[in-house]
Design a binder for this molecule. Sequence first.
Ligand code: PLP
Length: 378
Amino acid sequence: MTFDPETATFLIAGPVRIHPRVLRAMSMSSLNHRGDYFHEVVQEIRDLLPVLFGTKGHQVVLTGSGTAGLEAVYSGLIQKGTRTLVLTNGNFGERSDQIVRRYGDSVTTLAAPWGQHLPLDAAVAELEKGDVRAVCAVLNETSVGLQNDLGRLAPHIRKSGALFLVDGISAVAGIPCPIEPWGIDALVAGSQKGLAAPAGLAMVHLSERTRAELKPNSFYLDLGEHLKSIAQNDTPWTPAVPLFLALREALVLLKEETLEGRLARTKRLADATRAACDAIGLELFPDRKYASDTVTAIRNPAGLEDKDVRKALLDRYNVAVQGGQGSLKGKIFRIGHMGIADWPDLLITFAALERILAKAGKLPVPGAALTALGERMP
Ligand code: PLP
């Protein structure tokens, strides 16, 4: 069998599978983005964004992938002559570090090895020096399947008065993002992850004080302009109209399920995925205590390579999971279980994984992964 995107079991770490209602919403003929019909679409999106973020606030949608959302935040809030702390433990933390360094000239990077938790004690020590103006961290490090416990750092950031800027691209609508309890000043979401909309939009939430501190260094991504426009049900530049139509429907679907419902379902699938891995001897890559609920990163079993696992899943069973990035290429594979992923996706994926391991003589207990999943199904 060769990969067929229309029928695949599609569990990469984002973009994720898209609901047919969202696909249909996107396939409309061109709209005048300055006309009443589209203004109503933007208004509905604006009214639905608090469902996504779990709170109200200054919220915008940018045409551009998640990185555009990060660049909008960093370009508007990181200023030369002020100190920024960036915490990294994977590919996307390092990406934030690169972006921040385009805008700031005093950047301290605190890095943990990929797959280990962020170095929070070192961050607290830096914050106690009193001159940090902004802290940037990834809530869910997709590249290593690790959920950072930013709640432990939040009180220290608040005490220091620094801005708390969070990459929530694979976290929002997947794991809890307690914006107000943690005092998050900027949270960036990507359309293609927990929300299960097509790739290509970034949603940004800003706190009250952050809005006042914006100093645009980018024209296209000037958050002040985007906030002014969305208040009038408009966008400053020509938006990706079909993606906005899809976004509206994906937000309606989320509202129907409720944010709490989606988070709970994602967590159940994550727990079941980890149990299924344990049952057949597949080892998680990150520190288990912090394993992500939106994406599970798994080491390739000893003696097996990417082609033996991930490529076999795709070629033999039409199951798409994701490989490792950077230094982890060929060493791990990742199963995304966010958005509208559900039990049938996991059952097919683990049935195929069991078969692959059995053929390689590496399946300790046949059927154990499926039993583990079944025991956790509602
Ligand atoms: N940050 C995180 C945590 C991500 O998971 C991703 C994408 O997977 C990005 C940033 C980059 O987002 P995009 O590829 O949508 O620009």
